[in-house]
Design a protein around this ligand. Structure first.
Ligand SMILES: [Zn+2]
Length: 154
């Protein structure tokens, strides 16, 4: 932070307060001794837009994803909060990737990767809806992945 009056970089902080706009500090320039104010904000990233199958874009909808995963996990013995954590984890990943747009399929894949580790039945149910599994071969492919996962874990 440079002094707005003389441009010097060196300042001392007189006081600090936490305001709605961010952390406000009053500083005194060590060069010209004038006082100025700074506001520091934490940058919060945004999840990317989701490209739907028909090409339209929509904002990432955390609640919708929670609903879909919850539907797949209906009556499964999952601890409370697991699904929310799974979706939070996906949202964090998306924000960190910093991309502007991702296909909805990517979200589906991310959810499936995590569901596979969480609950096998929920994973297959979610896959059958999300991948729009039309025939048995596709479904067998999904189940095959569970076998691989088991083999890796053994
Ligand atoms: Zn100055």
């Amino acid at each position: 932070m440079h002094c707005p009056f003389c441009g010097a970089a060196d300042s001392s902080v007189l006081d600090t307060r936490d305001a709605a706009e961010g952390i406000q500090r009053r500083r005194r320039c060590r060069n010209c001794h004038k006082i100025y104010k700074t506001v520091e904000r934490v940058e919060i990233g945004h999840p990317p837009l989701i490209i739907k199958r028909d090409g339209r874009r929509e904002p990432f909808d955390r609640d919708k994803l929670i609903r879909n995963v919850r539907k797949a996990a209906d009556k499964r013995p999952l601890p409370v909060g697991d699904i929310e954590r799974l979706v939070d984890d996906i949202e964090q990943d998306l924000i960190q990737q910093g991309r502007l747009e991702v296909p909805s399929k990517t979200i589906g894949d991310m959810a499936m990767d995590r569901l596979l580790k969480l609950d096998r039945i929920a994973y297959v149910r979610f896959a059958s809806v999300y991948l729009n599994l039309a025939d048995l071969d596709d479904l067998l492919g999904v189940i095959e992945r569970i076998r691989h996962e088991d083999a890796d874990g053994a």
